[in-house]
Design a binder for this molecule. Structure first.
Ligand code: SAM
Length: 276
């Protein structure tokens, strides 16, 4: 298994910014809102939920506030601490357990959880393709049979389009890396060092929708693929200019389009609702 210490250190240093991420702007709020829509529709009414790569605990706290027991696992020691602090601040400490761990090797018995989450890209940070398969096997293994597993990852085409929009306008210019990036989907350590420093991105695998579905279908029944931001992935600048009317029109548009495969493929994040 590849050493996770670099990614863990990045998220240790990232600290509370990870908890704040989903409130940062309208784009990030769409990610949270659409994800929680699907959780609401597909989770069992009660139960014990595993949140892998749960970061500072945004989803764990949201679930605990709705009466679920949650176990949060993250590779970053600091994120695990923040998740415990946030659970206490929100009065749900009794319902949230936290522990450091890795999606590729989960320290739980088989079929221990009523549902499992791996949201916001923990799987995207697993650069090795075989290890991504191992991670999906682990997510399935620890979940009861005929129960939901929710996974969201970062999309390749949204990044390609974003880079093309900035072609010729930035230094270093990420346009140069596109041929390598689209060949593999890997924004790997070498590319991060050449291009990603200022963006503070971490090595990640960016997914096509078909590839994501094929990976999951090796272990799970994929019921739905959904775009979390869809066309709005290309409008991340000047969000302050959006009025409440604009926002509601964007939400309505996304609700109509979000399960269209081409929209999923062009979204910054894509969510899979699966069943064991
Ligand atoms: C972008 S954050 C997402 C946090 C939260 N799930 C959300 O959606 O807001 C990605 C998280 O995945 C964690 N992570 C990365 N690689 C991991 C691995 N191999 N196993 C478990 N967690 C991992 C990181 O430490 C980080 O907290």
């Amino acid at each position: 298994m590849t050493d996770p210490s670099e990614i863990a250190e990045f998220y240790d240093d990232y600290g509370e910014q990870e908890w704040e991420r989903l409130d940062r702007d309208f784009h990030h709020r769409l990610e949270f809102e659409v994800t929680t829509d699907y959780l609401t529709d597909h989770l069992p009414e009660t139960g014990h939920i595993l949140d892998v790569g749960g970061g500072g605990g945004r989803y764990a706290v949201w679930l605990a506030e709705r009466g679920y027991d949650v176990t949060l696992v993250d590779v970053s020691e600091r994120q695990v601490e923040i998740a415990s602090e946030k659970a206490a601040e929100h009065g749900v400490a009794d319902h949230v357990e936290t522990q450091q761990g890795d999606v590729r090797s989960l320290a739980f018995d088989d079929a221990q959880f009523d549902a499992t989450l791996c949201l916001g890209g923990a799987l995207s940070h697993v650069l090795d393709a075989d290890e991504r398969e191992t991670a999906v096997t682990e997510l399935r293994r620890v979940t009861h049979s005929n129960s939901p597993v929710f996974v969201s990852v970062m999309g390749l085409l949204a990044s390609v389009t974003r880079m093309l929009r900035h072609a010729g306008k930035t230094e270093p210019d990420e346009t140069e890396l596109l041929p390598d990036l689209v060949a593999t989907g890997d924004y790997d350590r070498e590319l991060v060092e050449r291009y990603g420093q200022e963006l503070s991105v971490q090595p990640m695998h960016l997914f096509r929708a078909d590839e994501f579905e094929t990976l999951l279908a090796g272990e799970l029944t994929v019921e739905t693929l959904a775009a979390l931001e869809g066309p709005f992935s290309q409008r991340r600048d000047r969000q302050d200019a959006l009025t409440a009317t604009h926002r509601s029109a964007i939400r309505e548009t996304l609700a109509t389009l979000r399960e269209d495969r081409s929209v999923v493929d062009h979204s910054a994040h894509m969510l899979a609702v699966c069943r064991t």
